[in-house]
Design a protein around this ligand. Sequence first.
Ligand code: CAO
Length: 261
Amino acid sequence: VPASGKAAPASSAAPAVPTPVTKLAEDVVVPVKGIQRIMVKSMEASLKIPHFNFMEEYEMSDLAEFRTKLKANAEQRGVKLSYMPILIKAASLALVQYPGLNAHFNVEQSEVVQKASHNIAIAMDTPRGLLVPVIRDCQEKSIIDIAQDLVALQALGADNKLGEKELSGGTFTLSNIGAIGGTYASPIIPSPTVVIGALGRIQTVPRFSDPADLSSVYASKVMNISWAADHRVVDGASIARFSNQLKTYIQEPLTMVSDLS
Ligand code: CAO
């Protein structure tokens, strides 16, 4: 029930994607082919990876304000600025300090290649299902550059035009499942990369500014990120330290400015 005390109109609860309104009269056989067949193979490869999961809550209030300020400027340049480009840039800045997480594990050669380029793959919900196009060289790009790339990839995805060129070469992955819903996830690492992060829904929750003072409760905007790392070559402490660095960039966005090259 909203603050007004009145129940929200029924239409506001309608799901964004309509669900089928007719029951199936008989079984329907759906062949698994094309992109989905590739998904079967890549998920089977991913299952060989021992996943280490780590989840953390990030306070988003300052980042939300930061985005509001940048949004107008982005719009003047004709760019839609969601949270994603800022989070991608923040992750890239944190990866500079943790190069072992922006890497490929070549099992056959028994080597980890720390990648110079931050080619950040973004899980995307498209009419063809899940696709994971790549925003290349995020370490060299501004937040606006990244926003432009993301919007362009979303447009290609919507038109069924994402191909090998856009879908290959990722070195680190982010999956914004929270854009659809959900707080936590257990994401699957795309081989040969070694880390993936699933972003949960941004939500407003009560928190204490002073844990010793119960009257210090305030409305906090938070997002959870669920990390999965390849525990053969990445230890939990590295993920926790990387997450702490990213948390600083998210919670105090101005700290990003001092680390921009
Ligand atoms: N919590 C709350 N709101 C969110 C949000 C989140 N985690 N993520 C996005 N939003 C908001 C955006 O801010 C935007 O609102 P405004 O217009 O007011 O800014 C709105 O939702 C729509 O965002 P978007 O989806 O168009 O853009 P995005 O850049 O945030 O995300 C993309 C782009 C491609 C990541 C997303 O559209 C998508 O496909 N997500 C699904 C990923 C997925 O399927 N993962 C599962 C992989 S395993 O099967």
